[in-house]
Design a protein around this ligand. Structure first.
Ligand SMILES: Nc1ncnc2c1ncn2[C@@H]1O[C@H](COP(=O)(O)OP(=O)(O)O)[C@@H](O)[C@H]1O
Ligand SMILES: Cc1ncc(C[n+]2csc(CCOP(=O)(O)OP(=O)(O)O)c2C)c(N)n1
Ligand SMILES: [Mg+2]
Length: 311
């Protein structure tokens, strides 16, 4: 197994390449980005993917690869840029793992980040390696600001509430993984929805031009819609949201409630967008309800729960 500095050399090879606006990448004390690639303003966020909190080693070989785990860590972090309508420019990634994690695994993790770098157009320009008891992959994302970034606090009563994709399906994929049936045909699509969330960068950038408010769904619809409503001083009425037949069938098999996962499952990395009633976002999203003057969320079948790290 290589030492820290040999590992950095291997990462440098995997992340190699010329990238627009990157004056200095991996290998020095810090990276340098050209100011003009962030001329509209820099949008910055960071998120961690921690073993047994966000993923499990036991999943590897059960329908999930290390490359998937890494891709998901990057995509989850990049989702915050989508939610601001920003255009990804670069990533920094800080990894911690025990000594027994070999070079082959670290290389696979690097390739997963490189996959995400290619899909999102955000090269890995630096990071850190450290030893720890558990595997942790922390990703800092850097994006260029849109002309106007839709925030959590801009929703107005009467706005239409839109979502970019199916909610609750990633949580079903997670439930299938936890139940050990991830490789079965009726579960595979949900598992891949969990491990490789679709990029909503283009949707976020398109919506930024007309949205009043936007947030990404990481902790569950009710939880994240709740954050948006609280920040905006409004409430929401949800339409009757129905899981697909396939989702319902898998949920029944797993003994979970597909509708509850749709409302509180988390790990979706879809966008919630609110916009004035005349705005048509049907190219990128579908309407799921409306914003109300009265606080609180009505129309849900479950209580406002969702993921809370310390709850
Ligand atoms: N350790 C921290 N130090 C400073 N700010 C933090 C810290 N942890 C979270 N925040 C901030 O709190 C807000 C909510 O964080 P979080 O729930 O992780 O958002 P998201 O779901 O978009 O990743 C964000 O603005 C984030 O930057
Ligand atoms: C092993 C495992 N158990 C449970 C989950 C579900 N889960 C873990 S963290 C989380 C919420 C999203 O992660 P967080 O770190 O809160 O991201 P952020 O909201 O900061 O973007 C969810 C739904 C999971 N992904 N993996
Ligand atoms: Mg976060």
């Amino acid at each position: 197994m290589s030492g820290e500095f040999d590992r950095v050399a291997r990462l440098r090879a995997i992340f190699a390449g010329a990238h627009r606006g990157v004056i200095l990448g991996i290998g020095d004390d810090a990276a340098i980005l050209a100011g003009d690639v962030l001329a509209t303003g820099a949008v910055l966020s960071t998120d961690a993917a921690i073993e047994d909190v966000h993923f499990r080693r036991a999943w590897i070989g059960q329908g999930v690869t290390w490359r998937d785990v890494a891709y998901r860590a990057a995509a989850a972090a990049l989702s915050d840029l989508a939610a601001m309508g920003a255009e990804p420019r670069a990533m920094l990634t800080s990894w911690a793992f025990p000594r027994d994690v070999g070079d082959d695994v670290v290389d696979e993790i690097a390739r997963g980040f490189r996959d995400a770098a290619d899909v999102y157009g955000a090269p890995v320009i630096g990071g850190n390696l450290a030893r720890a008891r558990e595997i942790g992959l922390t990703t800092t994302v850097i994006g260029a600001a849109p002309a106007r970034a839709p925030r959590r606090d801009g929703a107005q009563a009467g706005d239409v509430l839109w979502a970019t994709g199916a909610l609750g399906e990633a949580a079903l994929g997670l439930a299938a993984l936890e139940a050990g049936i991830a490789r079965e045909p009726d579960a595979a699509a949900f598992v891949s929805r969990f491990v490789r969330p679709p990029s909503r960068i283009d949707a976020g950038r398109a919506a930024a031009q007309s949205a009043h408010a936007m947030i990404d769904v990481s902790d569950g619809l009710l939880q994240d819609l709740g954050h948006l409503c609280d920040a905006s001083g409004v409430g929401a009425r949800l339409d009757a949201l129905a899981p697909t037949r396939e989702a319902d069938a898998l949920a029944r098999r797993l003994g979970v409630d597909a509708r509850a996962l749709l409302e509180s499952g988390g790990d979706d990395y879809e966008l919630l967008i609110t916009a004035a009633p005349g705005v048509d976002l049907s190219r990128i999203a579908h309407p799921i309800g409306e914003i109300t003057r009265e606080p609180g969320i009505v129309g849900a079948t479950t209580a406002r729960t969702g993921f809370d790290h310390f709850g």
